[in-house]
Design a protein around this ligand. Structure first.
Ligand code: ZN
Length: 246
């Protein structure tokens, strides 16, 4: 599903538009001309469904070169190994998410408790994957003719990144699980969910004049995306907390 000139939505689960497997986060495709990149991998339970959507949009999956991860939770990073095995994608992630994925560390990504909470099938396995590109604050990453900026936004979990893409004079913000449509966020009872860090990350994103907001789940905003981030920050400035999407 084409969203902007260079960005498509190819995967999305039950907490979204049901384009692919129920457990998938939003999986975006960026078309940089000579090469494609995915933003997040989905859970990896049905890559073919995402591939069918990529082809439906007229894109050739043979051009897939990169997979940029917002964070290592299984609905975002669990599919990395599958994309690597089939297309040799080069994964880019934060130092923490990169470590969890290289090690296939189910503890650090809170998979066991997420299974107990009913968020994944009991049989689900998080497969380790090489991570050749490590991204830190303000690092730029090229995808063909396009460039994305990495923004460190910990809080929902450790090692969370957002990505900012400039296209045709408009800013596209990929906010992962940090901030969602209508000023919501995603706090949970996990070891690395950190409210103080989360608040600083929302403040940081609220200063970005994003035109388009593309989060990891639920609705997207194709104009005035910054309004949704500012709503979360306004709530926090009133000493309250935004609603959590789960
Ligand atoms: Zn998450």
């Amino acid at each position: 599903m084409r969203l902007t000139r260079h960005v498509y939505l190819a995967g999305s689960g039950l907490h979204g538009f049901s384009l692919s497997n129920d457990y998938d986060c939003h999986v975006y495709v960026i078309d940089g001309g000579s090469e494609l990149a995915l933003i997040d991998a989905g859970a990896g339970l049905d890559i073919d469904a995402i591939l069918a959507n990529i082809r439906f949009d007229g894109l050739d999956p043979a051009r897939l070169r990169y997979l940029l991860l917002t964070h290592a939770h299984a609905d975002h990073a669990g599919g990395a190994r599958g994309w690597y095995d089939r297309f040799g994608v080069e994964v880019a992630a934060s130092p923490e998410a990169g470590r969890y994925l290289r090690d296939g560390d189910e503890e650090r990504i809170s998979l066991a408790v997420a299974k107990q909470g009913g968020f994944y099938p009991a049989s689900y396995v998080f497969r380790a994957c090489p991570v050749p590109h490590i991204l830190k604050e303000n690092d730029m990453f090229s995808v063909g003719e396009l460039r994305l900026r990495a923004i460190e936004t910990p809080g929902h979990c450790s090692g969370m990144l957002s990505f900012l893409l400039e296209e045709d004079g408009r800013s596209v913000l990929f906010s992962g699980d940090t901030v969602f449509h209508d000023g919501k966020w995603l706090v949970s009872n996990l070891w690395d969910c950190d409210i103080r860090q989360y608040v600083r990350s929302i403040e940081k994103l609220a200063a970005i004049p994003a035109d388009v907001l593309l989060p990891g789940h639920l609705s997207v905003a194709l104009k005035d995306g910054a309004r949704h981030v500012r709503k979360a920050w306004d709530t926090l400035q009133r000493l309250s907390v935004p609603p959590s999407i789960v």
